[in-house]
Ligand binder design. Structure first.
Ligand code: 26V
Length: 801
């Protein structure tokens, strides 16, 4: 049906009419989307079945990636591309006067994740399948993904996201493979024939029903599975009000928690975590037992990865299943568990480290709590042997302390591998944040620098640039992203530079059009597109960017002869609904935009744009159009960053601190091809330790700083003078926790250099091309290969077609 465009056209028309019961002319874009989606899903299904059969018959080791988030983005065009049928489909549709892009717009953008962590999981799935690695995702089928953001009078308003409103053509419901999850109730312990047994009585049962989605590898036969669990009522217990039971049960998978750092500490979130872990482990064990008889060898066939601490309950849950259901002893179960599990840490921010109060935890999962207590006691005994009498150390490392269950400690003790997501982050884990664990388990710790899939962020998002690269160095880079380095031999070639400049310009035009439509702002295509898109958070320092813009505005107002390269400052960011400070910064950006964009003279030179509802599909339009990538977190706080890699791959130059993967980007491209500034991580950590930073001193000694900070509250913005007082207070009264004022001067300097560098057009284009040629290292194919070799010990299956 996809062998050539005529055959495709024929089957598409037939399908469209039979599915919709109307003539072609009558059908809507959504009808066309649904028809095409179903045709593609059907086409995938034979490969999917074959992949599963191959996995069963070969019975080699497989990995299961447990994650509370998978930020997939739209799937139709990515699937067409990976299947190698995008051109055929596009051609056939064009004959019918249908634009594939228009059809794509009908697909919802599944936002089952908050940001970096969830998007990383999605990139990993794409790489696993493409490398023919037997690896599957396990997650939650949230009815509502991350909220839709609307801006009203400059303020963020959240609306429920509705990705399932028109159904989901990619999923298959598998009610026969549902699992039962038990909450609440009591544990009855009995002792018969020299054996302890545990009975969970009076529990509330929840049914976990799997919905499977295919994960199609690029130009290979492999189709892996993303299994998302939906919570449904099981047989209801006596004495229970059936309506409230139904409501409580379904609530478990109703919403994605909209935060990516604040510790929420809500019971529903804990329920989600256990729900994901228990259903996934039951499903993994069931499929293992189909082909294998000895559960004591589970770790030879199965690796299970814990994405951050959210699925860390896998440690006690696997113990429970192995002991209570499979009949293993504690020692046998512990050996299998620790040999099966591995864990990635994604942040060192203390407010994001999960700690659950016992009073919430214990009644909800009584058996799990018992097991954690036992793990903790054995671990503390081990510590006591190693550090006799050192109560302080033991208290600090314990899994349960001060009435809290520390999920990171549980994950570390229960896993065979613990990794950070960029070199500097892994070093901070080893030598500071988790030093005491590194001291006792030095070989467990390792680094896996993050990556992104070039198939979405280059091939799909930027076909113009992709073709230019193909025409210059051939197609090898498509399968081996490292080969992008071949571009380097061509960068001084004037043709390549001009063609690249054209590609960039076209994408800037497309983005400018979108901005004109959505924001009603006309932006200058010749200006620098300077972009900061990511979650709104104090440590990411959108405020530093804002203060720089106020400073530029002041200079342009004060001195009519001051000339700079025109710039368009573009922001995109969602703030957690309860994060007051982050929401204020969104309002501040809007007030600044009003001020700047409405000044007749200044607005010819600089403009400020806030793009509403930042999400994967919008990101695909933003990265290709960017000239400058803002990666300005306080050094040591951004574990890795992955947006930085997407910008680089699309030929934007980074303005960045020496933080996360920015450092590795600098090592790749060289110091001349990146703009770094600010405190180093070591300097930040020193300040934090010695407490010698005084933001007031910077405010008093640097006139530029004083002026911009004062403008927050002196009526410069047309809002109430109190509107931004809390931001000013964060800088002065609360001593500027993220060193915004400390890095201000250095940021101003580097930004001036950026402006000058952009005017040396030829050199700039060379730098951009150098960035692209070194971006192969940041492909998630490299990252996943390292996980497969070093942590999971899995080998590829199947063959490339
Ligand atoms: C925490 C919470 C707390 C409560 C409610 C929901 C929620 C959701 C996520 C998180 C943890 C967020 C950690 C995270 O996203 N880290 C980011 O991971 C990226 C991928 O490794 C990395 O590039 C970013 O630097 C890092 O901030």
């Amino acid at each position: 049906m996809f062998s050539n465009s005529d055959r495709f056209k024929e089957s598409f028309l037939k399908r469209l009419e039979s599915m919709c019961g109307k003539g072609f002319e009558e059908t809507t874009k959504r009808d066309q989307y649904l028809t095409l989606g179903n045709m593609v899903r059907e086409y995938i299904s034979s490969k999917w079945i074959e992949t599963n059969e191959l996995y069963r018959s070969e019975n080699k080791k497989q990995v299961y990636y447990l994650s509370i988030e998978f930020l997939l983005g739209r799937l139709l065009v990515q699937n067409l591309l990976n299947l190698g049928i995008k051109d055929v489909v596009e051609e056939g549709l064009n004959d019918l006067d249908i634009d594939l892009g228009d059809i794509e717009e009908c697909e919802s953008d599944p936002a089952l994740g908050n940001g970096g962590l969830g998007r990383l999981a999605a990139c990993f799935l794409d790489s696993l399948a493409t490398l023919n690695l037997p690896g599957h995702g396990y997650g939650i089928r949230y009815k509502h993904g991350l909220f839709d953001q609307k801006i009203v009078d400059g303020y963020q308003v959240e609306l429920p996201e509705q990705w399932l409103r028109h159904g989901n053509v990619w999923e298959v419901r598998k009610p026969d493979e549902a699992a039962e999850i038990l909450f609440w109730g009591k544990i009855e312990t009995s002792y018969d024939n020299n054996e302890l047994s545990f009975k969970h009585v009076g529990a509330e049962k929840v049914l976990a029903v799997p919905y499977d989605m295919p994960v199609v590898g690029y130009h290979v036969d492999t189709v892996n599975t993303l299994r998302l669990w939906n919570a449904e009522p099981a047989a209801f217990a006596p004495n229970q009000d059936i309506l409230s039971y139904k409501r409580d049960t379904e609530a478990i998978t109703d919403f994605l928690y909209p935060d990516d750092t604040h510790d929420e500490g809500k019971i529903l979130r804990l329920k989600q975590q256990y729900f994901l872990v228990s259903s996934s482990l039951q499903s993994i064990i069931a499929s293992y037992k189909k082909e294998n008889s000895n559960i004591r060898e589970l770790h030879h066939s199965v690796a299970i990865h814990i994405n951050d601490t959210h699925p860390a309950l896998a440690v006690p849950e696997l113990m429970r299943l192995l002991m209570d259901i499979e009949g293993l002893t504690w020692d046998e179960a512990w050996k299998v568990t620790t040999n099966t599990l591995s864990y990635t840490n994604h942040t060192i921010l203390s407010e994001a480290l999960e700690k659950w109060p016992i009073y919430l935890f214990k009644p909800l999962m009584p058996r799990i709590y018992m097991i954690i207590e036992e793990i903790n006691e054995r671990f503390c005994a081990e510590l006591w042997n190693k550090y006799p009498g050192d109560w302080h150390k033991i208290e600090h490392m314990a899994i349960i302390a001060h009435d809290l269950v520390k999920m990171a400690h549980l994950a570390i003790v229960g896993s065979n591998s613990i990794n950070g997501v960029a070199k500097i982050h892994s070093d901070i884990l080893k030598h500071r944040e988790m030093k005491s664990f590194y001291d006792i388990y030095p070989t467990k710790f390792n680094n896996k620098t993050n990556g992104i899939t070039h198939r979405r962020w280059l091939l799909k998002a930027n076909p113009g640039l992709t073709n230019l690269i193909k025409n210059t160095i051939g197609e090898d880079f498509v399968h081996q992203p490292d080969k992008l380095i071949d571009l380097k031999r061509h960068i001084y070639h004037p043709d390549l530079k001009e063609q690249f400049a054209n590609v960039k310009r076209k994408r800037k035009e497309i983005l400018a059009k979108r901005i004109a439509e959505k924001n009603g702002i006309l932006v200058d295509i010749d200006s620098i597109f300077d972009v900061q898109v990511k979650r709104m958070h104090a440590y990411k320092r959108q405020l530093l960017n804002v203060l720089h813009i106020i400073y530029l505005y002041n200079r342009l107002k004060e001195d009519v002869n001051y000339t700079i390269q025109p710039r368009t400052f573009i922001f995109g960011a969602k703030a957690s609904p309860t994060y007051y400070y982050a929401k204020k910064i969104i309002k501040l950006i809007h007030s600044l935009a009003d001020k700047v964009n409405n000044d007749p003279r200044v607005s010819k030179i600089i403009k400020v744009v806030f793009m509403e509802n930042y999400r994967v599909s919008l990101a695909e339009d933003i990265f290709p159009a960017a000239d400058v990538s803002e990666q300005i977190s306080t050094a040591s706080k951004e574990a890795s960053g992955t947006g930085n890699m997407k910008f680089m791959m699309n030929g934007a130059l980074t303005v960045g601190t020496l933080d996360g993967a920015n450092i590795e980007i600098m090592e790749e491209v060289g110091k001349d091809n990146i703009f770094t500034f600010g405190l180093t991580a070591q300097e930040v950590l020193n300040y934090e330790e010695n407490g010698r930073y005084r933001s007031m001193e910077y405010y008093h000694h640097d006139l530029r700083i004083r002026q911009v900070v004062d403008q927050l509250t002196n009526g410069f913005f047309s809002e109430d003078e109190g509107e931004f007082e809390s931001i000013k207070d964060s800088l002065l009264v609360q001593n500027d926790q993220y060193f915004v004022l400390r890095d201000f001067a250095s940021y101003i300097d580097i930004q001036e250099k950026v402006g000058v560098a952009y005017q040396q057009r030829d050199k700039w284009l060379e730098k951009a091309l150098i960035n692209i040629s070194h971006s192969g290292f940041f492909s998630s194919d490299r990252t996943i290969q390292q996980y497969a070799d070093d942590i999971w010990k899995i080998d590829p299956m199947g063959v490339r077609v």
